[in-house]
Design a protein around this ligand. Structure first.
Ligand code: URA
Length: 205
């Protein structure tokens, strides 16, 4: 028989096997989603970004951060001088959680149970990719990684540890920037987000 444990598999095989498991997941959120969205990027990426969950466009495309938040994220990565192709990008929750309202599918925040359901997948994903630093985008990612409901405002700019002892650099979620109503706060918060990305990148150089 083929060896299937983590010790005998090379990382690419282990990641492909994990991806297959995530795509076959039949948890509560899988029922209404189009498909699971697994992470993407190179094994051994220095930076691994964790978002919340796929949105409407990600659910359809099957790829993380390709919708409005993804475009904001891509722009910030580019301005920070971080090639997206060199980073690994994934989400804490692998299925889109939404409320059907007419034609629109309205994003719903994942709860503690949703986060707990996907946490074993996220832990293994990080273990296989083996980043030097994990960047958590928003509160859900930070909670999934640390197991604690930490406030981003309290820990922003520090490096905290995940439950597995991996260094985590907390920042806001790009969709937070999209939701800010006035141009001044948008500009200020975008500059701060950019500063965080540059800081994370500097940490791994
Ligand atoms: N928001 C996220 O947290 N992740 C995505 O992949 C897209 C939007």
């Amino acid at each position: 028989p083929m060896p299937t444990d983590l010790f005998t598999q090379d990382p690419a095989t282990a990641l492909a096997a994990l991806r297959a498991e995530v795509l076959a997941d039949r948890g509560p959120l899988a029922e209404h989603a189009t498909q699971a969205v697994f992470g993407e990027g190179p094994i051994g990426a220095a930076l691994l970004f964790v978002g919340e969950q796929p949105g409407d466009e990600e659910d359809i495309a099957g790829r993380p951060f390709v919708g409005p938040a993804g475009r904001m994220f891509n722009r910030a990565l580019e301005e920070a001088g971080i090639p997206r192709a060199e980073a690994y990008v994934t989400n804490a929750v692998k299925h889109f959680k939404f409320k059907p309202t007419g034609r629109r599918r309205l994003h719903q925040s994942p709860d503690a149970g949703d986060i707990a359901h996907y946490r074993p997948f996220l832990r293994r994903e990080i273990e296989i990719v083996g980043p030097r630093l994990v960047v958590s985008l928003g509160a859900t990612a930070l909670r999934a990684l640390t197991g604690k409901p930490l406030a981003i405002t309290k820990v922003r700019g520090e490096v905290v540890k995940s439950e597995d002892g991996v260094p985590v650099f907390p920042t806001v979620h790009p969709s937070y920037l999209l939701r800010l109503p006035d141009p001044e706060s948008k500009e200020r918060e975008y500059a701060r987000f950019l500063g965080d990305l540059k800081g994370a990148w500097r940490e791994v150089q």
